[in-house]
Design a protein around this ligand. Structure first.
Ligand SMILES: Nc1nc2c(ncn2[C@@H]2O[C@H](COP(=O)(O)OP(=O)(O)OP(=O)(O)O)[C@@H](O)[C@H]2O)c(=O)[nH]1
Ligand SMILES: [Mg+2]
Length: 449
């Protein structure tokens, strides 16, 4: 800290405008060396020129000056909006460096914002998420962590723990007098509700993480059922090879699909059968089983011209087992080959013709409905491993505290557990942290943020 950093804050590609950002005590004096315009007034966009050392005009720019502490980083910040030419942007950055600025590291502006207490650590992570969010769901989670329900929940947990702890500590101060400031009954009920809220939050982690990274959904079924045809139909693109030879798909094929505000990782797999034709197909089937384990949802496709739903389900369970399977959507394909009367319609089965792109809308709605039923539409979710690990520790301590209460344990031990829980949650917001953690978090950022 202490030095002045500079970076291009927008993307490196020709665009209408591009922004160079300076932050630090020398920001104003660095700018004034090449700025030709009226003296800068705080938080006013001002038109002027950038001229190089020889006095040559480089660009007409708009400059905004945010004096400390009312800026993103809490330091003096200057934003120079240039024409978005990568050449101009590079030259402006060079001019700043010639005058003593240093090129910022990834996330360094946000790191300074955190160190100057403009944002908390979980908010800094949320800003990185917001920039990277590609789906409505990921955007919603990032906002929830930035200023919304997740942000508030974490702070409420912490303040509840602080309050309880204060009562217990008061009791310890007066320990000679054998008084109970905190009613044990009240304490227990508060801790129990805290406990169940943490348990609920912990269970959201897998989905929260998948929403940020893409929710894996596997298309599974016997060879020739039409899985690859379905993948192509959903993507509206001839992505996977389709043929009437069973065992066409050897390796898994994965593509992103944005559907209903979710970022999905749609995985086409090798058809499952008991007796693979060769070792390559056997390896393909092994990979299918792997993908099934990782998937959040299975689209099980069967050929309705050859199998009834009952037969298909029996086969599926024989091939996949029924242990710990993700939820399954049953999809009867090739209904174009069936005459009206023979369609075995059941409310649990989606009837489609992948080849004719029939029934895809109902299938898409069913996928979204299933994900929502799994809690994917919740707003308050844990989406970072770092938070998850802290919550696990907070949970351990809350559980220990409850056990102590039930066993009539001493105030001292109880207070210690609450202190640990409070510290674990303090790590999430960044009140307690190490340089190693900071380095890891801010390296995820882009340069200029
Ligand atoms: N009539 C009809 N044929 C279909 C339909 N969907 C797929 N097919 C045909 O079924 C055959 C197999 O399709 P694929 O999509 O390659 O089947 P797959 O399940 O990926 O098969 P593997 O990769 O071998 O496991 C191809 O000849 C497709 O044209 C459909 O809805 N109707
Ligand atoms: Mg295939």
């Amino acid at each position: 800290m202490g030095d002045t950093i500079v970076a291009v804050a927008t993307a490196w590609a020709p665009a209408a405008i591009g922004v160079v950002r300076l932050s630090g005590p020398e920001a104003l004096s660095i700018l004034s060396a090449f700025w030709k315009g009226k003296p800068l007034r705080p938080r006013v966009a001002q038109l002027g020129e950038v001229r190089d050392k020889a006095g040559q005009l480089l660009d007409q720019v708009i400059v905004t000056y945010f004096p400390a502490p009312h800026s993103y980083t809490g330091e003096d910040v200057i934003e120079i909006s240039c024409h978005g030419s990568p050449y101009i942007l590079r030259r402006v950055v060079e001019l700043c460096i010639e005058r003593g600025a240093r090129l910022a590291r990834p996330g360094e502006f946000s790191l300074r914002a955190y160190l100057n207490r403009k944002i908390s650590l979980d908010q800094a992570e949320a800003i990185a998420d917001l920039i990277q969010a590609q789906s409505a769901a990921a955007h919603r989670l990032a906002l929830s962590q930035l200023t919304g329900s997740y942000y508030e929940k974490v702070r409420r947990f912490r303040s509840q723990l602080v309050e309880l702890l204060a009562l217990l500590e008061l009791e310890l101060d007066f320990s000679e007098e054998d008084v109970e400031f905190a009613s044990r009954e009240q304490l227990r009920s508060l801790l129990e509700s805290l406990n169940s809220e943490i348990v609920r939050l912990l269970s959201s982690f897998k989905m929260g993480q998948a929403i940020r990274q893409g929710i894996p959904i596997a298309i599974v079924g016997r060879p020739n059922a039409g899985k690859s045809t379905l993948l192509n139909a959903l993507l509206s693109e001839e992505r996977a090879i389709v043929s009437d030879i069973p065992g066409t798909t050897r390796d898994t094929v994965e593509e992103r699909l944005f559907l209903g505000g979710y970022d999905l990782r749609l995985i086409d797999t090798a058809g499952l059968r008991e007796t693979p034709a060769d070792p390559i197909e056997a390896e393909g089937i092994r990979r299918t089983r792997e993908k099934v384990k990782q998937a959040f949802l299975i689209l099980y496709v069967f050929d309705a011209a050859h199998e009834s739903i009952d037969e298909a389900q029996k086969h599926a369970h024989a091939l996949l087992g029924s242990d710990k399977l993700p939820p399954i959507l049953w999809i009867a394909n090739k209904i174009d080959l069936l005459s009206e009367g023979t369609r075995d319609s059941s409310p649990d089965v989606l009837m489609i013709s992948a080849k004719n792109r029939a029934g895809l809308e109902s299938l898409s709605s069913a996928i979204i409905e299933k994900l929502n039923a799994m809690g994917a539409d919740a707003e308050t979710m844990i989406s970072h491993t770092r938070h998850y690990e802290s919550f696990i520790r907070a949970h351990e301590s809350v559980k220990n505290a409850l056990n102590l209460l039930r066993a009539g344990g001493g105030t001292e031990l109880l207070a210690e557990e609450l202190r640990l829980a409070q510290a674990a949650i303090g790590e999430i917001t960044g009140e307690i942290t190490s340089d190693e953690i900071l380095g890891h978090i801010f390296s995820r950022f882009c340069i200029g943020k």
